[in-house]
Write a protein that binds this ligand. Structure first.
Ligand code: SF4
Length: 338
């Protein structure tokens, strides 16, 4: 029961534990290509190797506790359960000809962003790479569909679980593992500046999204009391370093909260802030409508105010998207995960 998940080791570490790199690759193929859930299924491995793998490692550390399908838009929420009985969600998002998976990195979240249901869930612990990757394995098996995009936007702050997140991305992008293009992965953070700087040296090249939600530190403190301990100027400087060193896309996420951060002056201040940061290019901005969360009094902007905000940013030459809520009826849309 307490054996480590085999995917908590990176491929290079796994190789060292095995008689050869060839055996490590066979195991990875069984897990990621053939969908093996037990070592006994790995029939082209010698029996004594299968026995020692069974003794030393686990291949599943979670169970799929529940699935819920949205009748409205086909979104599927999957709830995984750890061996200790803790639950965490991931959300399968169909977009016509391709699909994304929004994954969790922690059980609960300690960051208490004021608009987010996950912030109401008591932080229990970080998930390991194996437990994070199992979300993808279960989602692909349950739906029978290949996932194209991975979004680190579920429960938890990915950079507060630095080792778990980096270990997961290494398997995701490795040709020995899942072989995702880094451009198909978005790592979203509330702005842990020191970890963003550290991440910039890992050569992961995944897209970075910053949950900013306010154009100044005073307002940010009201919306994101814990993340705001990192001043915006330090966070943007860290993101700039990451972007310069890793390329890919850098996106600003901005949730529109009625009468809090959605006025024209906020849009102008946001445009000024991002322009003056002198990024390699203007970042894209995703405007996120606030989704209803029980126990959170904040409400969504009116349609006209949201449109005005959008238009003001467009006038300042930003590429702006408004995120379409998916899975609202399952409480699986942005900010609703519990
Ligand atoms: S937005 Fe992210 S960091 Fe903030 S409470 Fe929600 S899950 Fe945690």
């Amino acid at each position: 029961m307490n054996s480590p998940h085999i995917l908590d080791l990176e491929f290079e570490e796994l190789k060292k534990k095995l008689p050869s790199a060839f055996r490590a690759q066979q195991i990875a193929d069984w897990i990621f290509t053939k969908g093996a859930e037990t070592f006994d299924e790995m029939t082209n491995l010698p029996q004594d190797l299968r026995s020692s793998l069974k003794r030393d490692f686990a291949l599943r550390k979670t169970t799929l506790a529940k699935t819920e399908l949205s009748k409205r838009d086909g979104t599927l929420k999957l709830i995984l359960q750890t061996q200790e009985g803790q639950q965490y969600p991931c959300v399968f998002l169909p977009h016509g000809h391709y699909q994304s998976l929004c994954i969790s990195t922690q059980v609960g979240c300690a960051w208490e962003c004021s608009f987010c249901a996950s912030g109401l869930v008591k932080f229990e612990r970080n998930l390991t790479p194996g437990e994070i990757l199992e979300q993808i394995l279960y989602a692909e098996k349950t739906t029978g569909k290949k996932i194209r995009n991975i979004l680190f936007m579920g429960m938890g702050e990915p950079l507060a679980n630095y080792a778990g997140t980096v270990g997961t991305i290494r398997w995701l992008t490795s040709l020995h593992g899942m072989g995702f293009q880094p451009s198909r992965i978005v790592l979203s953070t509330t702005g842990l500046a020191p970890q963003i700087l550290k991440l910039s040296k890992e050569n992961l090249r995944v897209n970075l999204a910053l949950s900013l939600h306010a154009p100044d530190d005073i307002l940010r403190k009201k919306i994101m009391p814990k993340s705001s301990k990192f001043p915006i100027k330090d966070v943007l400087a860290a993101c700039k370093t990451y972007w310069q060193e890793n390329g890919g896309e850098f996106t600003i996420e901005y949730i529109l909260l009625k009468d809090i951060n959605d006025q024209p002056a906020h849009a102008e201040a946001l445009a000024n802030l991002l322009t003056s940061a002198r990024f390699p290019a203007l970042p894209k901005i995703n405007l996120i409508p606030q989704n209803p969360v029980g126990g959170i009094a904040l409400g969504p902007s009116t349609e006209s105010r949201a449109k005005n905000f959008f238009d003001l940013l467009k006038k300042r030459h930003f590429i702006v998207h408004t995120r379409k809520p998916q899975g609202q009826d399952l409480e699986a849309a942005c900010g609703q995960l519990q």
